[in-house]
Design a binder for this molecule. Structure first.
Ligand SMILES: Nc1ncnc2c1ncn2[C@@H]1O[C@H](COP(=O)(O)OP(=O)(O)OP(=O)(O)O)[C@@H](O)[C@H]1O
Ligand SMILES: [Mg+2]
Length: 296
């Protein structure tokens, strides 16, 4: 038995919350699935909380997503890709959106428990270094209080972060190496993966809703040119603090109005503005809302 298999064996028996951390292409998502497969076989009620907003296993980019697992068939990639719930973040990378990511993780983690999960496995983005990486992971641990943190590392790259977690929290921390056979994904391939996942989300029948300019969070400044919101990604609020799904805006210049395009059939109560524009199909291009609003 190698170190990964031994960890899986041990974790599936009694752990309640397992947080996986590691840089890009370190095998986090694959290990998450292996853990869940073993836990399901052991008869446990499991949930996959996908806190990576870029390279998604569950649901579309720019969101944190939850999949409740009923059986091993739910771990098939195409089934796993369909989320049970999503929380809007609005960016395909956590930089500049740490608050939105942590808040989304908190809400979906609570939802996983409410829906009966006994084991929640949390997959995360590859942002592990620098101030942002450390702050993000620190606060995820602070709020999730995992009983196991697994760090997948090349060399000793995770030691600063794992050291912080070890000093501040009473969780078990297990550093592992990157499994041989893990192949790096190019920057271009990552962009393609994000585009494909977004296109899949929008690949169903689309609905159109007229949008009043007063429904946005953050609120639009006075005299704002609505044309600047064309193809901006938005989160559809259910009016009860949660999200119905994603959509994007379309500007109709001749009418001077906005339309929402979304696969969600129910009309939303309000819209969160994202920080990406969907260009050339569903490729996400970063937008800085503060400079768009001229508010700094
Ligand atoms: N134990 C393993 N043996 C062989 N190949 C693996 C193993 N674990 C992962 N891989 C392969 O390596 C690639 C990256 O793995 P994975 O997606 O799990 O990593 P990740 O850390 O989640 O990456 P990302 O940074 O994109 O989220 C995938 O193609 C996967 O199939
Ligand atoms: Mg991954």
């Amino acid at each position: 038995m190698n170190e990964h298999e031994a960890l899986v064996e041990e974790a599936v028996r009694e752990r309640r919350t397992v947080l996986l951390v590691g840089g890009l292409d370190t095998g986090k998502s694959t290990l998450a699935r292996a853990l869940l497969q073993a836990a399901l076989a052991a008869g446990r009620a499991c949930a996959f909380l996908d806190a990576d907003v870029g390279q998604k296993t569950v649901g579309p980019p720019a969101t944190v997503t939850l999949k409740m697992l009923r059986g091993p068939e739910d771990l098939e990639p195409d089934v796993l890709a369909r989320q049970d719930a999503l929380w809007f973040v609005g960016s395909t990378s956590p930089e500049g959106h740490l608050l939105q990511v942590v808040s989304a993780v908190a809400r979906l983690y609570a939802m996983a428990r409410e829906r009966g999960a006994d084991l929640v496995v949390v997959d995360t983005s590859g942002l592990i270094s620098g101030v942002h990486g450390q702050v993000l992971k620190y606060h995820k641990v602070e709020l999730l209080q995992p009983d196991l943190v697994v760090g997948l590392q090349r060399g000793e790259e995770l030691l600063p972060l794992l050291g912080v977690i070890q000093r501040f929290f009473a969780t078990q921390v297990v550093p592992l190496g990157v499994p041989p056979g893990v192949v790096p994904t190019s920057v271009e391939r990552r962009a393609e993966n994000r585009e494909r996942a977004m296109a899949r989300y929008f690949g169903e029948e689309l609905h159109r809703f007229r949008v009043k300019p007063t429904v946005f969070m953050p609120a639009l400044p006075p005299l704002f040119d609505l044309g600047q919101l064309d193809r901006l990604l938005v989160g559809l609020s259910d009016g009860a603090g949660g999200y119905l799904g994603l959509g994007y805006l379309e500007h109709l210049p001749e009418e001077g109005s906005l339309r929402l395009i979304t696969p969600v059939a129910a009309g939303p109560k309000a819209l969160r503005l994202g920080s990406v524009r969907l260009e050339n199909g569903y490729r996400a291009k970063r937008v800085d809302l503060r400079s768009l609003f001229g508010s700094g």
